[in-house]
Design a protein around this ligand. Structure first.
Ligand code: ACO
Length: 338
């Protein structure tokens, strides 16, 4: 698997993360509750994935609401108001509506009238795709700042009768504010992104798009749900995240031993362990919260970044590696100097 884009471009203004935020719905769904829904067990879910519980959005609580709540916290930490934001990118595969973009609703919730707002659809890699888009947008001087958000309400697209998928996913949102780095401190050092459309069938939501519109008079509910060939995705995930990590580390002029914290996509503890082993990074230097939230797709890395930040896991100057993988197939990594 080859990364089609590896940065940094030295001509860019350095860009830093000035604030992070996250929001998780209140409702906790445990593995024990899932035992009542499908033929599964707490033991199977925990031993095969590491997931113990996940959050489920309330009825009427949409992806844009989760996104706006996470964004408010990131803006507060960055010392900005909604009205100050120039660019909003929401990474999601569970938008409020097919059109307009969820970012438009978020713009409205935040009162960010001057912001250009659009969505990115790159599944679990979406937040890091948004990070790179925002880095180049702010770094080129085209936008003064950017608010990036990974937000998902996967509970609305999961077949609650399918034990292969329903035990894996959860709802939530994470956000970050990007600003020019005046003195070069705290900047994003590199990103590596890749896509393999030949593997699109491994993980998708087949219905609801123009290829297979869902008709009110002839509904086929199954087509509206997330379908995944888990074992195949697992293999690709390990290879792609390893390659993306190495490419971003090399592009930043670093080695794996320079990485103080690894924040990986939170899909499966066994995938994380396989990457950690291949990169030879210490297990204590890996941030993990999938036991609490499951796989929140585009929100996962964003939520983990915010929790790591608020728990003081990163000190000034630390090199932090973010890496993700998802439907598309897509993958992405970034190195941040905190
Ligand atoms: N409870 C009990 N048994 C189950 C469950 C369950 N919830 N789910 C599957 N099984 C059974 C299967 O039916 C199978 O039984 P069989 O051997 O009798 O056929 C057995 O367990 C093993 O199934 P596998 O699919 O081989 O299990 P595996 O160890 O691969 O774990 C999993 C499945 C957790 C899905 C794993 O493959 C995985 O994590 N894949 C990657 C997921 C991922 O990273 N997705 C990317 C991001 S998601 C996005 O982009 C939106």
């Amino acid at each position: 698997m080859k990364n089609s884009a590896v940065s940094p471009d030295q001509k860019m203004i350095p860009v830093r993360i000035a604030g992070t935020g996250s929001y998780l719905p209140e409702r906790i769904m445990t593995n024990q509750e899932l035992e009542d829904l499908v033929d599964t067990s707490d033991d199977w879910i925990t031993s095969r994935t590491g997931i113990r519980e996940r959050r489920i959005a309330a009825e009427g609580e949409h992806t844009s609401h989760l996104a706006a709540k996470a964004a408010e916290k990131a803006l507060e930490q960055a010392g900005l108001d909604g009205a100050d934001v120039h660019l909003i990118i929401v990474a999601t595969i569970t938008p409020d509506t097919l059109t307009p973009a969820t970012a438009c609703y978020v713009q409205q919730h935040l009162g960010s009238q001057r912001a250009v707002a659009f969505d990115v659809s790159a599944a679990c890699s979406g937040f890091l795709y948004a990070l790179e888009l925002a880095r180049t947008s702010v770094g080129s001087g085209a936008f003064r700042n950017a608010l990036i958000i990974g937000a998902e309400k996967l509970s609305a697209f999961v077949d609650w009768n399918d034990r292969n998928t329903c035990v894996l996913f959860g709802d939530g949102a994470g956000a970050a504010v990007l600003l020019p780095s005046e003195n070069g401190d705290g900047k994003i050092l590199s990103c590596a992104l890749g896509t393999d459309g030949a593997q699109a069938e491994l993980l998708n939501i087949p219905g609801g798009g123009s290829a297979c519109p869902l008709k009110v008079d002839a509904p086929n509910e199954k087509l509206a749900y997330l379908a995944m060939q888990g074992r195949e995705v697992f293999k690709h995930a390990v290879n792609a995240m390893k390659t993306a990590s190495i490419d971003a580390i090399e592009a930043a002029g670093l080695t794996a031993s320079d990485i103080k914290l690894l924040i990986p996509h939170q899909a499966n503890l066994r995938i994380i362990d396989a990457i950690v082993e291949r990169l030879e990074i210490d297990r204590e230097d890996v941030f993990i919260n999938l036991d609490k939230y499951g796989n929140t797709s585009a929100a996962a890395v964003a939520i983990a970044l915010d929790e790591a930040n608020r728990q003081g896991r990163m000190e000034k100057g630390d090199k932090v590696l973010l890496v993700a993988f998802g439907a598309g197939l897509t993958w992405a990594s970034a190195i941040i100097e905190w």
